[in-house]
Design a protein around this ligand. Structure first.
Ligand SMILES: NC(=O)c1ccc[n+]([C@@H]2O[C@H](COP(=O)([O-])OP(=O)(O)OC[C@H]3O[C@@H](n4cnc5c(N)ncnc54)[C@H](OP(=O)(O)O)[C@@H]3O)[C@@H](O)[C@H]2O)c1
Length: 283
């Protein structure tokens, strides 16, 4: 049976990576529930098609689009500025955009700023975006932030954060996803007194989305995109999770993340490094 969601009428949602897969499904579900949905994507053509489909299916006219290539921190910062110029508040931020593990033997790639690509797109871009949008999130009376992480998590090697040695796409993906979880726990502590909840999750296992279908690391899909979307909505809008913050879930169940996520010293190292990359402190 479908879970009861809190009313999303007049709520403003920003969803990264809404041009396909889980993000597109979430955009559809949130629009169907009456929310104003701001879709982020890097392809205006894909975004236009998704928005047309959602508008036609749901009849909800409150749909917006913001463009940014997340491998560029400058682009992320510019998108946040655009959003701040247009919007008075954000009630729900879902950090969902991501690149999967890629194909076996694929070469290491760098972001426009010279960081390992998966670390940059899956984690660092969202670190910057979330901080840049905090004034709008604080303007909501009951905001939620959901970080779409993964059960694929691998401890960050602080001697080789950018994976310069023995590059492997699966390791790059897993490290970036654990970085997201560590950021989630930090941010929840930082915002503890504000009423803003910050939770992260493994949405579902091997959903048939682009990032899974394009990889040769796996040879089967397991869960449906619908199942993943339900798990995200459980954290994003269910009364069952109201007031819960700083937690990691597997699907709808509270779970333990990789042990490094609870290591304050490791989190401090990642936080300082990220603040420096984002330009918040001098290098
Ligand atoms: N699929 C799974 O089984 C699974 C399992 C656990 C966790 N997850 C997580 O779920 C989230 C959604 O993934 P998905 O499975 O829906 O994958 P997907 O279908 O490949 O969607 C990824 C989304 O991220 C966007 N994106 C990728 N690179 C980008 C960049 N450089 N700049 C801006 N946007 C970018 C994509 O845009 P384009 O459409 O332009 O490529 C797309 O909208 C990810 O965070 C992933 O780690 C997925």
């Amino acid at each position: 049976m479908k879970e009861m969601l809190q009313s999303l009428e007049d709520r403003v949602v920003l969803l990264t990576g809404a041009t396909g897969g889980l993000g597109e499904k979430l955009a559809m579900d949130l629009a169907a529930a009456g929310a104003g949905v701001l879709l982020h994507g890097r392809s205006p053509t894909k975004a236009k098609a998704v928005i047309e489909k959602i508008a036609e299916t749901t009849g909800n006219p409150q749909l917006g689009y913001y463009n940014a290539e997340f491998s560029s921190l400058e682009d992320v910062r510019r998108m946040a500025e655009d959003i701040r110029a247009d919007q008075a508040r954000i009630d729900l931020l879902v950090n969902n955009a991501g690149i999967g593990p890629g194909r076996r033997g694929e070469e290491r790639k760098l972001s426009k700023d010279g960081y390992e690509l998966r670390f940059a797109v899956n984690y660092l871009a969202h670190f910057l975006l979330t901080h840049e949008l905090l004034p709008l999130i604080r303007a909501s009376d009951s905001a939620r932030i959901v970080n779409v992480a993964s059960g694929a998590q691998q401890a960050i090697d602080f001697d080789d954060v950018m994976l310069e040695r023995n590059y492997d796409g699966r390791r790059a993906y897993s490290q970036s996803k654990l970085a997201q979880v560590m950021f989630n726990f930090d941010l929840a502590e930082e915002l503890a007194e504000t009423g803003i909840s910050v939770n992260c999750l493994h949405p579902a296992t091997l959903m048939p989305t682009t990032m899974v279908l394009e990889t040769d690391f796996f040879n089967a899909t397991v869960d449906s995109v619908e199942k993943g979307a339900e798990a995200v909505l459980h954290l994003a809008a269910s009364s069952e999770t109201s007031g819960i913050s700083g937690r990691y879930f597997e699907g709808k169940t509270p779970a333990k993340a990789d042990v490094q996520a609870y290591d304050q010293e490791a989190r401090e190292r990642l936080r300082m490094m990220s603040r420096s990359f984002a330009g918040y402190i001098d290098r």
